[in-house]
Design a protein around this ligand. Structure first.
Ligand code: AP5
Ligand code: MG
Length: 214
């Protein structure tokens, strides 16, 4: 099963993608997590990506496409995957479609997690992230057992550098300009499914399972 998660920053793509990956036994591939891991490890890619991410801008397509095409060609992705945060421009979507076409394959579902902009800024200010294992929490809606500590790996949790309110506003603008057109793109491919991302996160997941099947 090959799935794409669409939706504004903070809509809950990562939260739902992790649950999908666990239930269906497929890898969760998040370009944001890949870039953050590279930043943490001080790689060249991380240094380049950080200059864009900190401003709420997209990392250029040429740094992103090859990375994802390479990742989905790994053995653990043979039975499918859930892509989170990619594609987020029309050229990225075309790059993915072309790569899949070459393999005689295509995306099965593009799930748009729909949340209005007003709800996003509040959500992001409460988010806490683990930069070691990629787990995500919310101080109110999805709190860790021990405050400030990752349940999964014990690392200290942080507020992401790009979750400051002014950067979130910029990311929303960029989302509407560059990523929202993908909703049309995947509607035309006949694979778009929209879920109401304002519901409780378990209810959102139940809606997704009703689309993907048990
Ligand atoms: P990325 O990491 O992909 O960030 P994003 O798309 O802005 O989305 P987020 O991760 O912020 O939100 P999410 O939808 O995953 O929400 P989450 O589940 O955490 O990208 C970051 C940056 O990297 C980009 O700005 C760009 O610079 C660069 N980048 C990445 N991919 C790229 C690409 N392909 N091309 C170019 N550049 C790229 O949930 C948010 C919070 O809400 C959490 O605290 C969560 O616990 C809580 N929550 C979730 N669901 C609910 C719910 N139903 N009710 C209440 N709270 C909830
Ligand atoms: Mg995310």
């Amino acid at each position: 099963m090959k799935i794409i998660m669409l939706g504004a920053p903070g809509a809950g793509k990562g939260t739902q993608a992790k649950k999908i990956a666990e239930k269906y036994g497929i890898p969760h591939i998040s370009t944001g997590d890949i870039f953050r891991a590279n930043i943490k490890n001080g790689t060249e890619l991380g240094k380049k990506a950080k200059t864009y991410m900190d401003q709420g801008l997209l990392v250029p397509d040429e740094l992103t496409c090859d990375l994802v095409v390479d990742r989905i060609g790994q053995p653990d992705a043979a039975k499918g995957y859930v892509l989170d945060g990619f594609p987020r421009t029309i050229p990225q979507a075309e790059c993915l479609t072309d790569a899949l076409n070459r393999l005689g394959s295509s995306i099965d579902y593009a799930i748009d997690v729909d949340v209005p902009d007003e709800a996003i800024v509040t959500r992001m200010s409460g988010r806490r992230a683990c930069l070691k294992c990629g787990a995500t929490y919310h101080i109110v809606y999805a709190a860790p057992v021990k405050e400030g500590i990752c349940d999964k790996c014990g690392e200290s949790l942080v507020l992401r550098d790009d979750d400051k309110p002014e950067t979130v506003q910029k990311r929303l603008t960029v989302y509407h300009e560059q990523t929202q057109p993908l909703i049309d793109y995947y509607t035309k491919q006949g694979v778009l499914k929209t879920v109401d991302g304002t519901k409780d996160l378990n209810d959102v997941f139940a809606e997704i399972v009703s689309i993907l099947g048990e």
